[in-house]
Design a protein around this ligand. Structure first.
Ligand SMILES: Nc1nc2c(ncn2[C@@H]2O[C@H](COP(=O)(O)OP(=O)(O)O)[C@@H](O)[C@H]2O)c(=O)[nH]1
Ligand SMILES: [Mg+2]
Length: 446
């Protein structure tokens, strides 16, 4: 751990000209990002910068983060949980706020002609619910509050170039030269430009790389002692592990991720209209205040339908052996319906049209949530996916796809609603899969 405590020399703090400081700092860090010697440049570490208005009003510090671009919506939801844990640890000593990374440019969001970038979290989640767990800010609020579209320090998280030493797992953090080519470029003014969720006017004052191996909160001492920047963006935040997967803190954060009301309402209306499913009949009461929701396992009955999540697209390209053929999936669906005496089946899927029509031929009674173009324009692909998840979460019985985080999030939602685990932790098996291990039951810790 000794390497962790690089002494930070607060030289730059005393300079008055913000612009000069920014320029100087970026010039240095840019170089060391491209692999040159970092020997005595630590004295000029941009971590000592403070953004224009920020730290003056109150000593609030902002934690921002981003995730590897190819990752989908539901893994990103998992990374949020890790960041919330880190934030809670940071807040034991300082006043930190978590800035929510806007949604957009997601590989799976392919609806044509629909603007899907710079989407705030409020479009998908209830902000008051998130706030009841940790203090959060939308990115635009951060810009307004912190004094402009500037992020003091970007830390690009990466593994260790040398891998695990001697095969021993050890938790550690060290500033290191960047291993991969940076996704940030220096501009003429000495700032750093990058994706920044489509906010083109955003600039970073410094970009450096940080090798890290360990759980999220391992970064807390580093952020508190080695860095004095008011706003810090952790890029590639998925590099950090959960502090304690499925522990109380995990579940508190997970329970606070309540879907936005308009999406829940749309899902509930669909359930009532097409699936004969209401919270009253199904014993799935819902409280707007998640802190008051505490169900008993097995208390939820669910609507009279089978919920199916059939993940296709990239899950079948590699002919993965844990994903069934459409024919195999239909066979399994029929057998579950028969066994559970269910006449209706709701199917959520990302399958391409051609596959959906083949599926419908084999399973003509299947029910899908089919939004119009205007619906998608309003709800976005992310909202439509949430409605699919919400409907699956209320089914009497659910079966999902192996290792899909989309299915995992449905498991959690059902756990929150109080379903018997036997009706939740089920997945399809590949047609020729020998040992078809079923998903793990993660019990809520209240
Ligand atoms: N509407 C809808 N979208 C889906 C469904 N399955 C997958 N998707 C889309 O594909 C993405 C899959 O990526 P991700 O959320 O990371 O889940 P994973 O890749 O299955 O672990 C989702 O976020 C959705 O955008 C589905 O059943 N319904
Ligand atoms: Mg994915």
């Amino acid at each position: 751990m000794a390497q962790l405590w690089i002494t930070s020399v607060p030289v730059l703090c005393v300079h008055s000209s913000y612009f000069y400081v920014a320029l100087l700092a970026t010039a240095f860090t840019f170089e060391f990002g491209s692999g040159s010697e970092q020997s005595d440049q630590n004295a000029f570490r941009a971590g000592n910068l403070v953004s224009p208005g920020a730290a003056t009003a109150r000593d609030v510090r902002y934690l921002l983060y981003d995730v590897n671009p190819p990752e989908g919506f539901n893994l990103r939801r998992d990374v949020y949980i890790r960041m919330a844990s880190l934030l809670k640890t940071l807040r034991k000593q300082e006043d930190w706020v978590l800035v929510l990374p806007p949604w957009g440019r997601m590989y799976h969001w392919q609806s044509p002609d629909i603007h899907q970038v710079r989407i705030p979290w409020g479009a998908f989640f209830s902000l008051t619910s998130l706030q009841a767990n940790v203090p959060v800010l939308e990115y635009e609020e951060f810009i307004a509050e912190s004094g402009g579209p500037f992020i003091d320090q970007v830390l690009v998280l990466q593994n260790y170039a040398e891998g695990w030493t001697e095969g021993e797992w050890e938790e550690k953090v060290d500033e290191r030269p960047c291993i991969d080519r940076l996704m940030y470029t220096g501009d003429k003014q000495g700032y750093h430009r990058g994706w920044f969720w489509g906010y083109d006017e955003t600039r970073a004052l410094s970009v450096t790389c940080l090798s890290v191996q360990g759980h999220a909160s391992i970064l807390a001492p580093f952020l508190q002692k080695n860095i004095t920047a008011a706003s810090v963006l952790l890029d590639r935040a998925e590099t950090l592990l959960h502090d304690h997967y499925a522990g109380k803190d995990y579940w508190d954060t997970r329970r606070s991720m309540v879907f936005a009301k308009h999406l829940r309402v749309a899902g509930d209306q669909f359930r009532a209209k097409y699936l004969n499913s209401t919270d009253e009949q199904d014993h799935t009461p819902f409280s707007e205040d998640w802190t008051r929701m505490r169900t008993k396992l097995g208390s939820a009955k669910g609507g009279p339908y089978l919920g199916v999540h059939l993940r296709r697209k990239d899950f079948i390209w590699g002919h993965r052996e844990d994903v069934p053929s459409l024919k195999g999936a239909v066979k399994k669906i029929r057998s579950i319906m028969k066994k559970n005496k269910l006449e209706k089946v709701f199917v959520a899927t990302d399958a391409v049209e051609e596959e959906v029509s083949r599926l419908k031929k084999m399973l003509p009674e299947m029910i899908q949530y089919e939004p119009s173009w205007e619906d998608i324009e309003l709800l976005k692909d992310g909202g439509v996916a949430i409605i699919d998840q919400w409907i699956c979460a209320h089914a009497r019985y659910f079966i999902g796809t192996s290792v899909s985080t989309f299915s995992f999030r449905i498991h959690e939602e059902r756990e929150i609603l109080g379903f018997d685990p036997k009706t939740t932790y089920n997945r399809f098996c590949g047609d020729a899969e020998k040992e078809c291990e079923q998903p793990t039951h993660w019990k809520i810790v209240y």
